[in-house]
Design a protein around this ligand. Structure first.
Ligand SMILES: [Zn+2]
Ligand SMILES: [Zn+2]
Length: 267
């Protein structure tokens, strides 16, 4: 059992310290815990433009230093992997890559939360948008994801169909692009997480949906697991159900990353 996708108080919308997550993971018996708080907005002129969304730019060093310290302090009891959940912005790919290479990071989860670095918090409302606007938005979503997959600094695609959280029809909008995305991931060795946080939201599904997981396995994409916990209680939530689902689909192993290199874990 492991969990590569967890947050903590630095991002401004999660509860608990890093150490709280480490201790809860030990209590739940996880041999491996990955921490992956939200990346700062490295391109911003302000140090902390959105305190409720992500840590300050100047806080990133302290985040990594604390993680390194905890990794050593707890190494007898749990293997702590140091990650980050990074936004993918089409116009900021190189900047983010130059940042991450400077740190002792085990993996980067590349996620799309907003379609543009210039319009954080101003995402299209799919529920009221015209079909043309929806199509345009989904194309931008796919373009950003492909840039992330090709970037060389993304090891894992986060919540691949995450926009279904606010609009369940997003699944269908994304569907024509899925095979193309998954083929690129397989070619590049970029993994897909099964993110169980969707169960907390109106869509009541994991990210991505089961049909996408089946297509990913068909294309040979490596799979990993993340609860996307914003509270220590959610660490590894639905792990057993995900494991059983994958085994039923014929998948026998998942991937984790250490110093950006894949390591396989039998299910
Ligand atoms: Zn978050
Ligand atoms: Zn996310």
């Amino acid at each position: 059992m492991f969990d590569l996708h967890t947050h903590h108080a630095r991002c401004g919308h999660a509860a608990g310290t890093l150490e709280d997550y480490v201790q809860e993971a030990i209590r739940k018996g996880l041999p491996v815990l990955g921490i992956s708080d939200h990346s700062p907005y490295f391109f911003s002129r302000e140090d902390h433009p959105y305190p409720q969304l992500a840590m300050a730019i100047t806080e990133f060093d302290a985040y990594i230093e604390e993680a390194v310290r905890l990794k050593r302090a707890y190494e007898e009891r749990i293997e702590l992997l140091i990650g980050v959940e990074s936004d993918i912005f089409s116009d900021q790919i190189d900047l983010y890559g130059r940042k991450y290479v400077q740190y002792p990071i085990d993996y980067v989860i590349g996620s799309i939360h907003f379609l543009s670095s210039a319009a954080i918090m101003e995402s299209l409302d799919f529920n009221t948008a015209a079909e043309e606007q929806q199509q345009f938005a989904v194309q931008r979503y796919v373009e950003a994801m492909v840039l992330g997959i090709e970037s060389q600094w993304v090891q894992i695609v986060g919540h691949l169909d995450g926009f279904k959280r606010g609009y369940s029809g997003f699944r269908n909008l994304l569907s024509p692009y899925i095979d193309g995305i998954l083929k690129r991931m397989a070619d590049r060795g970029v993994a897909m997480e099964i993110n169980t946080n969707g169960m907390q939201h109106a869509c009541r599904e994991w990210y991505p949906s089961n049909d996408v997981i089946e297509r990913a396995l068909f294309h040979g994409v490596q799979i990993t697991f993340g609860s996307d916990a914003h509270h220590p209680d959610r660490i590894a939530s639905d792990w057993e159900q995900v494991r059983e689902t994958l085994l039923a689909m014929g998948c026998k192993r998942m991937v984790i990353y250490k110093q950006r290199k894949p390591h396989f874990v039998d299910l």
